[in-house]
Design a protein around this ligand. Sequence first.
Ligand code: NAP
Length: 251
Amino acid sequence: MATYDVAHRSAIVTGAGSGIGRAIALELAANGASVIVADLADAPLTTLLDEIRAAGGTAGKIVGDVSDPDFAVACVADANALAPLRIAVNNAGIGGEQNLIGDYSLDGWRQVIEVNLNAVFYGLKAQLPSMAENGGGSIINMASILGSVGFPTSSAYVTAKHGVVGLTKNAALEYGAKKVRTNAVGPGFIHTPLVDSAMDAATLDFLAAKHALGRLGTPEEVSALVCFLASDAASFISGSYHLVDGGYVAQ
Ligand code: NAP
């Protein structure tokens, strides 16, 4: 694991109970950030807190739904109670319904847009002013390769992730003068419960072949990029969209 300077500050990681968010929370804490881990269920967060604390890190947990704007405000308050909030990773997300647009249900569409796009807005709305008041910070929004290309039967997900990339640019423009950097990250297909539980072995093989490196990625390969962007080493990087996709989008 590389080392990054993220000490003397707090960080929020949403969707920290599983997959990519879990890896990010562990890596930020290992590098000295005080981390508020947020998710829908309590049990995975308790396990994660034990792991962070056993390794000598500092963390707190908060259970709630990112599609509740008040939850975003509560995350910011909890983080600032630990140390000045300077890092937020808006990572929670769902795969959602898979269907052709003509068959896509309205409820399915609204759910994916609410969790994968609107919730990022709720997060930013609470985090940006707080970080500006704290003298600056770094926000990383979890997009996807599907923030730049389409994927049949995933119209809501593709739309939400393209929206996250646009929202990221606006946040960077609006708060850059207040020393808040905002970036988006676009992973290729990554081995996490979101992917592994939704696809059979043949589909995973098919997807692996779509990456130039011939395989899916790991949560740790995404967290390395996120922690770099969160750190002071990325001090001139803002408003951009960074792929970590094993060459998927190069085709
Ligand atoms: P994951 O293993 O399913 O983890 C996502 C976590 O977010 C889960 O703990 C989930 O809780 C939580 N969550 C879902 N809805 C939530 C809500 N409304 N409020 C709070 N927490 C919520 O998924 P992942 O693969 O790590 O994905 C993390 C992010 O990376 C997502 O934004 C995803 O779109 C993005 N991404 C993933 C891939 C990939 O291939 N894995 C590729 C590109 C981008 P429950 O388990 O209880 O639902």
